[in-house]
Design a protein around this ligand. Structure first.
Ligand code: ZN
Ligand code: FE
Length: 239
């Protein structure tokens, strides 16, 4: 169990802030510094670590400014360092690191980009997945192939069912609308579409989700081969 603050940014991004075991705070994917600064000023705290999942500007754009203002240490993928702000802590696939007393496992998930990573906190039963997985959706294939993304999703699928999944965008209603069209007989999707529409009507976030829910309702996790994943991804791109 982890307390995570959702900091909305741009039109539909979520930046996440959460406490580490030692009491320091971490931020995930700060595409914009201003809302993060406002958030921490409001709570009277400061961020000490920044986790970056991939190089897109809506995930890294505010990192340098936050480092300057708060002296944060930036954590990111060693293999993608050329496209990220200078890394204070460079990590690789499979690394199990300890950040201020919190265990963090690094899982490489090529597909949306080559070099995308997710941060899994096994003791907190939580994972930050950037733009790899969304509620009833997955990231677009900007750099990787369908085979790569399918393999990445299998890695996530192998994690415990009860983990909370923190996705970096509020794309849920659009994803659920597609999912219902693509898999019209899936009751979980039908219920989700109704429920999520209600949440969004009141501006309530649909993030986090759980792996259990996604395994039942996410067309991209339900795909049982790279081919059926590719077909679903193509259908979504054209929807
Ligand atoms: Zn992205
Ligand atoms: Fe993004």
């Amino acid at each position: 169990m982890l307390t995570v603050h959702l900091i909305p940014a741009f039109d539909d991004n979520y930046i996440f802030a959460f406490p580490l075991y030692g009491g320091a705070w971490a931020v995930v994917d700060p595409g914009d510094a201003a809302p993060v600064i406002n958030h921490f000023q409001r709570t009277g705290r400061k961020p000490s670590y920044i986790f970056l999942t991939h190089h897109h500007n809506d995930h890294i754009g505010g990192a340098e400014e936050l480092r300057k203002k708060f002296g944060c240490k930036i954590i990111g993928h060693a293999d993608d360092a050329a496209r990220l702000p200078a890394l204070d802590i460079a990590v690789n696939d499979g690394d199990k690191i300890d950040i201020d007393g919190t265990k963090v496992n690094v899982i490489r998930t090529d597909g949306h980009t080559i070099g995308h990573i997710c941060y899994y906190l096994p003791d907190q039963r939580s994972i930050f997945v950037g733009d790899t997985l969304f509620v009833m959706g997955c990231g677009r294939l900007f750099e990787g192939s369908a085979e790569q993304m399918y393999a990445s999703l299998q890695k996530l699928k192998a994690l415990p069912d009860d983990i909370s999944i923190y996705c970096a965008h509020e794309y849920t209603v659009a994803n659920a609308t597609f999912a219902h069209d693509y898999l019209p007989d899936n009751e979980e999707i039908k219920n989700g579409l109704y429920f999520f529409n209600q949440l969004r009507a009141d501006n309530i976030p649909t993030v986090p989700t759980s792996l259990r829910a996604e395994k039942l309702s996410n067309p991209f996790l339900l795909a049982d081969s790279a081919e059926s994943f590719a077909a679903a991804r193509k259908a979504k791109d054209q929807f």
